[in-house]
Design a binder for this molecule. Structure first.
Ligand SMILES: Nc1ncnc2c1ncn2[C@@H]1O[C@H](COP(=O)(O)OP(=O)(O)OP(=O)(O)O)[C@@H](O)[C@H]1O
Ligand SMILES: [Mg+2]
Length: 502
């Protein structure tokens, strides 16, 4: 049942409003002034508040600000006498949904309350549709696909326990975000989250990095140093790229995992720690175990609770939400005001295979931001790797009269493959699509060999034919008795723009 609060100092009015709304199946509470209203909003959940503007002690406007500060999604409708309409208009600027003039007619009241709540349900659904983990540093970890919603559920459960977690997944799928989500939503969140990138530390330093060392423990150890294990005490230690640690370190790591104790380099005392281990890798550890490159016992220790992040191409439903998120993020970062993305651009994003996963998507959106001059992202702002086929079609349309959407012979991929003479491709840097011959053509008059002359003849022949048929590809191909694909390939090869002869 939807709950409404009426805040007004006029008891008769409260009663008549409450009666009208109860008959329409709303649950209605009453408050006699702004202060009581705010207290009620703080202690009970309301979907909508009807708020008098003119009340003793605290004005409706002041109460409105407090209510909105407490929960911006509460709908507030202001009640006002005609003489105070100006205040009511002011209130809509402060976030009130609308205002109603006194005396209030029951049917108007019910109509406007119904309508406002319907609008609110739509907004709430939209904001609910992409679940989010809020992480420190302003990063959101979001997912909309059923795969990611399931993983969010798993993270929720695993955050509460202390067992080691192994996060698997291709590069750029968000493994580090999972590790952070596990830490920052769990009971260790007030202690440190410490990362060791196992592939980035030279073998000679790694033991000291993990466990610390005493002064003079080895050449260059001129002071005592605390290792990451100790630094993370009470918190989480994230071992990134765990597949890259050496055999020697694997043994030492296994021992700490089992005994929760270790000896710093050069020390003669053991140190005890309470650290939760989260590890990540994009390597195939099972395969490495088989080949003897990764210890089986360590693998089982780490792999107690595995989380596998699917590649982005396996959860394309996330592309929408991620793209919107990155647009918002880069609007702030680049101080731009890109309002969205055209449907055809979104279609290109959905069609791409994303070998670099979310990191690649993030880079593509940032790249688009830098070169986009409109206030929406368009295919022209995407790099060739994502929008290659689109650029090719645009190039073809720019220099011929063919319509790539309907002209089946203009099969661009074929064209590129067979001839080696490339149809290309905009550089999204310049924005403008161009049709180019990959080999290009230059005639060296000092080398009058047959092939060169044949090519020069072909080039001139094609230009003449195009002139005769006003640059029309189908006509030229027909009359010159040359397959259309061959014609296109040769135009590309010689860099001829048929549009010039229209
Ligand atoms: N679900 C997501 N929501 C928002 N941003 C994401 C999401 N997944 C990944 N990202 C972003 O994509 C980038 C890559 O993510 P991350 O570094 O966690 O990937 P990874 O799996 O650790 O990759 P690698 O194996 O290369 O280390 C980061 O900038 C991260 O913030
Ligand atoms: Mg990573």
């Amino acid at each position: 049942m939807l709950k409404v609060l009426v805040v007004d100092d006029d008891a008769d009015l409260r009663l008549s409003v409450a009666t009208a709304l109860s008959e329409s199946h709303y649950v209605v509470d009453q408050a006699k002034d702004g202060e009581e209203g705010i207290n009620r909003v703080r202690s009970t959940h309301y979907d909508l508040v009807l708020l008098d503007v003119n009340m003793p002690r605290m004005t409706g406007l002041e109460a409105l600000k407090e209510i909105k500060a407490h929960d911006p999604s509460i709908i507030v409708i202001v009640l006002t006498a005609f003489s105070n309409v100006r205040d009511a208009v002011e209130a809509t600027k402060e976030g009130a949904y609308n205002y109603l003039e006194k005396p209030i007619k029951a049917e108007n009241l019910v109509y406007i309350v119904d309508k406002a709540l319907k609008a609110q349900r739509m907004v709430r659904n939209m904001t609910m549709s992409a679940p989010v983990f809020k992480l420190p540093g302003g990063t959101d970890f979001i997912g909309q696909s059923s795969e990611m919603k399931r993983i969010f559920g798993v993270i929720d459960r695993l955050a509460r326990v202390d067992t080691a977690v192994l996060i698997r997944g291709e590069s750029g799928t968000g493994k580090e975000l999972v590790a952070q989500a596990l830490h920052f939503t769990g009971p260790r969140k007030d202690n440190r989250f410490v990362t060791i990138n196992c592939s980035a530390i030279p073998e000679t330093l790694i033991e000291s990095e993990f466990f610390g060392h005493e002064k003079g423990a080895f050449t260059g150890a001129d002071s005592r140093k605390i290792g990451k294990f100790q630094y993370a005490d009470g918190g989480t230690l994230f071992l990134d790229e765990i597949g890259d640690i050496s055999a020697g370190m694997q043994v030492k790591l296994l021992r700490v995992l089992q005994e929760k104790r270790f000896t710093p380099v050069g020390a003669n005392r053991e140190v005890e720690v309470n650290v939760r281990i989260v590890a990540a890798t994009n390597r195939n550890l099972e395969e490495m175990v088989k080949k003897g490159e990764f210890r089986e016992d360590l693998f089982y220790r780490l792999n107690v609770l595995p989380i596998h992040l699917p590649a982005l191409r396996e959860r394309k439903n996330d592309i929408d939400a991620l793209t919107k998120y990155f647009i918002e993020k880069f609007n702030q970062q680049h101080k731009k005001d890109i309002s969205g993305i055209t449907p055809e651009t979104m279609a290109l994003l959905k069609a791409h295979n994303w070998p670099g996963n979310i990191r690649e998507l993030e880079n593509v959106i940032e790249h688009a931001f830098v070169i986009e001059t409109e206030n929406v992202l368009t295919p022209a702002s995407l790099p060739g790797s994502v929008a290659g086929s689109y650029h090719k079609k645009a190039a073809l349309a720019a220099v011929t009269d063919l319509d790539p959407e309907v002209d089946d012979a203009a099969d661009l991929d074929d064209l590129e493959d067979e001839s080696g003479a490339l149809i290309c491709v905009s550089s999204s840097d310049s924005g403008a699509p161009v049709l180019m011959g990959g080999k290009g053509f230059t005639l060296d008059i000092n080398r009058l060999d047959f092939q060169a002359n044949k090519e020069e003849f072909e080039r001139q022949f094609l230009i003449s034919a195009l002139k005769a048929f006003k640059g029309r590809i189908n006509q030229t191909a027909l009359h010159a008795n040359i397959p259309k694909k061959t014609l296109l390939r040769k135009l590309a090869k010689y860099g001829i723009n048929a549009r010039e002869y229209v």
